[in-house]
Each structure stands twice: as C-alpha cells, then as structure tokens.
Design a protein around this ligand. Structure first.
Ligand code: AHR
Length: 319
C-alpha cells in the first residue's frame, strides 16, 4: 500500500500489513518559508541531510516569505503527485483550501516548525514543532530570575506578523512577566525575524527610550533579530549584555559568539532538525500504518554564557 493510500484509509487493523519501510521510494515536496534567518538556513540544510541519509528525494521550494508562493508550491507538488508534503507555514491562517486539495489528492501533509490554526487540524497528518508558548515563558522566566526585584523596562522584537511562533512567543513571555510587577514591557514591534529589521527597530527603540537609558532588557523572538539589535546598541554607544540584557530564541552559532564576547545573555534552543522526526514518522506510517501523534514536540532549553564556547563549537558546522 502506498503512503497516500494509507493516509486516505482510516486507522484499522487492516492497515497493519507487512509493508516495506523503504524511504528510498519516497519523493517529498517541502514548501520552505525562505532564508530569513540563520536558523532557517540551517533547517533547510539539515532537512537535505536527513533526507539524503534516508535516500528520500526531497524537493525544496523557497517561498521567499510569501504565503502565495507556498500555496503555488503545494499545488505544484500535488500536480507532481509527490508521496508527501512538508510545509513550514509562514503564517497560521489561509491554508484550508490548498490543504483540502492535498487531502483530496490523498497526499499526507506534515507541518514543520510552525503551526496553522486549529480549524485546519484534520488537514495534516502531524506537526513537528517546539512548544513556542513555552519558549516565550522560558525567556520570561530567565529574565525574571536574572533581574530579581530590580525595576526592568523591556523592549520586544517580534517575529513575522501572523506567524504562529510570533504570536505564541509573545504570549508565553507576557504570561511569565505578568507574575513580576517590577518587569514592564514598554515597546513591542515586529522585526520580521531578520537581522536588518531587528537592527532598524532597535535603533528606533533606543531613540524613543532616552538613548537606551530607559531600557533594561531586549527580548527578541529570534537570535538574528537580536544580533541586529546588538549592533544597534553598540552603534549607540551602549554595552549590550551589560547596559541592556538580552534574551532571544534559536541558539544559533552567532548568538553564542556574542555571548563569548560578553554581548548577549541568554538564548532558548530551537532545533533545526524538524525533518528527521517527520521522516521517521512517515516511515513508520508507511511500514505498518502507525498514525503518528498529532504533535511531535521538540525541546526548548535555555543556554547562557557559561556553556557558550562549547555550544558554538558543537553547532558551527551545522549552520
Ligand atoms: O519558525 C521558527 C522561526 O523562524 C525561527 O525561530 C526563526 O529564526 C525563523 O525565521
């Protein structure tokens, strides 16, 4: 039975047939968001490596941050009759029609690293993501623990507007700091997950907050925006990591470099290996019809300067 036939069938004992688990037979279309960050570039290259380890033919379409390009790519994968589709959805809404088309074509869809709205739950097989609300909470808890009772004004660099991870990372951070009356979020704006935008927005925050004197900490939804913000702080004559604390998300090599230089304080890890667990779930599904869990959750761990050098060494060739 093919992967597509399995997806179309309901889970039943009849599916528990002895099927060859040969990933080499699979062609998978991956609609990737783009290359907005170091993390994204790493996810693309790790996905290629994971596919090639399993001899899967992975076709990657770069959407250049545009949902309409992702929808076109999915339609093209359906027309090519691929065995499965991986989708990293740039935003969380607007997927119902195209995912219904994939379902009608009996092509299983796996979400990678971002979610879609709950109304689309029946339209995909599984989602491999972190708990992005928890990531925000971990960042907020780290800040609360670090500042203690001290009054602390925070500025926030949000990710792409409408992306599940941006909404959730904000929600988690807000919840964590709400327990601490001394910590206040004074400014929050999108930096679209890019270094250049992160720098630009941080420059405006610094100007608006007495040259940065009123800012105690920056929370960025990814490390790339933080790297841009660090540059903005330096150009304004501030010492990032000392005058202004930093906490961000991803754990990419450049943020560990900044930590080693004393310019960054904390990052929450997001693994770039979303494709490995997705491919394993598809292989198991193909082998005996085992439906994967609806959510395959990856870990979210905080890293600080004590281990920065070692973490940089571990990751530098991956990215
Ligand atoms: O969806 C994951 C986020 O997208 C990463 O944290 C960010 O770097 C990327 O662009």
């Amino acid at each position: 039975m093919t992967l597509k036939a399995l997806f179309a069938a309901t889970a039943s004992a009849a599916l528990l047939l002895a099927l060859p688990a040969n990933a080499a037979e699979l062609t998978i279309g991956f609609s990737q968001i783009g290359s907005e960050s170091g993390w994204r570039a790493a996810e693309t290259s790790v996905s290629k490596q994971e596919a090639s380890k399993r001899k899967v033919n992975l076709k990657i379409a770069d959407a250049q941050q545009k949902q309409e390009n992702q929808i076109k790519a999915i339609r093209s994968f359906i027309a090519q009759n691929v065995d499965a589709i991986f989708l990293a959805p740039v935003v969380s809404t607007g997927w119902d029609s195209v995912l219904k088309e994939a379902k009608e074509a009996k092509i299983p869809v796996v979400l990678l690293d971002r979610d879609i709205d709950p109304s689309g739950k029946d339209l995909y097989l599984t989602a491999v993501t972190s708990d992005s609300v928890h990531e925000g909470e971990v960042a907020g808890d780290w800040l609360a623990k670090t500042v203690g009772e001290k009054a602390c004004n925070v500025v926030e660099l949000q990710g792409t507007v409408g992306a599940s991870v941006a909404t959730n990372r904000k929600k988690g951070f807000d919840t964590a700091i709400a327990k601490h009356a001394n910590i206040k979020l004074v400014r929050s704006q999108t930096g679209d997950f890019t270094r250049a935008k992160g720098k630009e927005v941080m420059e405006s925050f610094i100007k608006a907050e007495a040259g940065g004197k009123n800012i105690c900490a920056v929370y960025a939804h990814n490390d790339d925006m933080m790297v841009g913000a660090i540059q903005a702080m330096k150009e304004a004559g501030l010492k990032p990591g000392k005058d202004i604390l930093t906490v961000s998300i991803d754990a990419v090599p450049d943020i560990f470099k900044a930590m080693v230089a004393g310019e960054a304080n904390a990052t929450v890890e997001l693994t770039p290996n979303m494709a490995g667990p997705a491919l394993d779930a598809l292989a198991a599904f193909k082998k005996d019809g085992t439906a994967p869990k609806k959510w395959i959750q990856t870990e979210s761990k905080v890293f600080t300067p004590e281990t920065a050098k070692a973490e940089y060494e571990k990751r530098k060739d991956l990215y």
